[in-house]
Design a protein. Structure first.
Length: 261
C-alpha cells in the first residue's frame, strides 16, 4: 500500500515538474510563433513598400527618358583632321583631347535618353582642309540638325610667361535666344566640379567666333582648360580627367534642358 502511495506521489511530482518545464516551453514556442508571424508580416510589408517604390521610380525614369528623347544635342569636337589645334609641352594635341571629351559627353547624354549628334566622331573630317570651309561646314551641320543645343568643345592656349594662365571659359552668342542661359548652366557645372578654376562667361561681343555667329540654334563654346598650363594639361590629357570634364559638360547640358535639378 505504502509502495503504491509512493509511486503515486512520484508520478504526481513528475507531472508537476513536467508542467513547469513543458508549459513555459509551449508558451515560449507560441510567443515565438507570434513574433515570427509579426516579423514575416513586417518583412512582407517592407517588401511591398519597396516594390511600390521601385515601380514608382521606374515610372518616373521612363517618363524622364521619354521627355529626354524629345531633345536633340549636337556636340562639336574642336579642330580635327588637318587641324591639330593647340599642343601641350608633352605633345598632346587639342584635336585628340576634344574628340575624347566629346565622345564621352555624348555617351553620358545617350544614357539619359537624349538624342546626340556629332560634327565629327573620329579624326577623319568631311570638310576641306582649310579653316573657312571647316567652320562653315560645322555651322551648316548645326543649322540643318535643328538641335536644341550646340556645344563646341575646345582647349585654350596662352603664351604668357611660365604658363600661369589656367581655367575654363564658356562662350555664348548674344544673337541667339537662350544661349546665355545654357552658358550659365554650363559654367556652374564646370565650377562645381572644380577640376580647374572657372574664368566665367564670355560672349561674342569680346571676340568674333564663327560658330557662335553663324549658328542659328542656341550655341555655346566651352574652353575646358589651358593646354599650355601644366596642371590643366595633365587633367585634359588624362582619361579620368576627361571623364570628369565630360560629366560636368553633360550635367550642364541636362540642367539647361531641364532634365536635371
Amino acid at each position: 500500500m505504502k509502495r503504491n502511495i509512493v509511486q503515486r506521489h512520484a508520478i504526481f511530482f513528475t507531472l508537476i515538474v513536467l508542467c513547469f518545464l513543458i508549459v513555459p516551453a509551449i508558451r515560449e514556442s507560441y510567443a515565438q510563433d507570434r513574433m515570427d508571424k509579426k516579423e514575416a508580416q513586417r518583412q512582407q510589408k517592407l517588401m511591398e513598400e519597396y516594390q511600390k517604390q521601385q515601380k514608382q521610380k521606374l515610372a518616373k525614369e521612363k517618363q524622364r527618358k521619354q521627355k529626354a528623347a524629345k531633345f536633340k544635342v549636337m556636340l562639336d569636337a574642336g579642330h580635327g583632321g588637318y587641324d591639330a589645334g593647340s599642343e601641350s609641352k608633352e605633345g598632346k594635341k587639342e584635336k585628340d583631347i576634344t574628340l575624347s571629351i566629346t565622345l564621352k559627353t555624348g555617351e553620358l547624354l545617350k544614357q539619359e535618353g537624349v538624342q546626340v549628334l556629332y560634327t565629327r566622331e573620329s579624326d577623319t573630317v568631311s570638310w576641306k582642309s582649310n579653316n573657312v570651309d571647316d567652320l562653315n561646314t560645322r555651322s551648316r551641320m548645326a543649322n540643318a540638325s535643328q538641335a536644341d543645343i550646340f556645344v563646341s568643345i575646345h582647349t585654350n592656349y596662352s603664351d604668357e610667361a611660365k604658363d600661369k594662365t589656367a581655367g575654363s571659359e564658356v562662350w555664348y552668342s548674344t544673337r541667339q535666344s537662350g544661349s546665355k542661359k545654357i552658358a550659365e548652366h554650363m559654367e556652374l557645372a564646370l565650377r562645381a566640379d572644380g577640376y580647374t578654376k572657372s574664368r566665367g562667361l564670355r560672349d561674342d561681343r569680346e571676340a568674333f567666333l564663327s560658330l557662335l555667329y553663324y549658328n542659328q540654334i542656341p550655341s555655346i563654346l566651352v574652353e575646358t582648360g589651358f593646354i599650355s598650363n601644366p596642371k590643366d594639361a595633365s587633367i585634359l590629357s588624362d582619361a579620368k580627367g576627361q571623364e570628369r570634364i565630360a560629366q560636368a559638360i553633360s550635367t550642364g547640358i541636362l540642367k539647361a534642358l531641364g532634365l536635371k535639378n
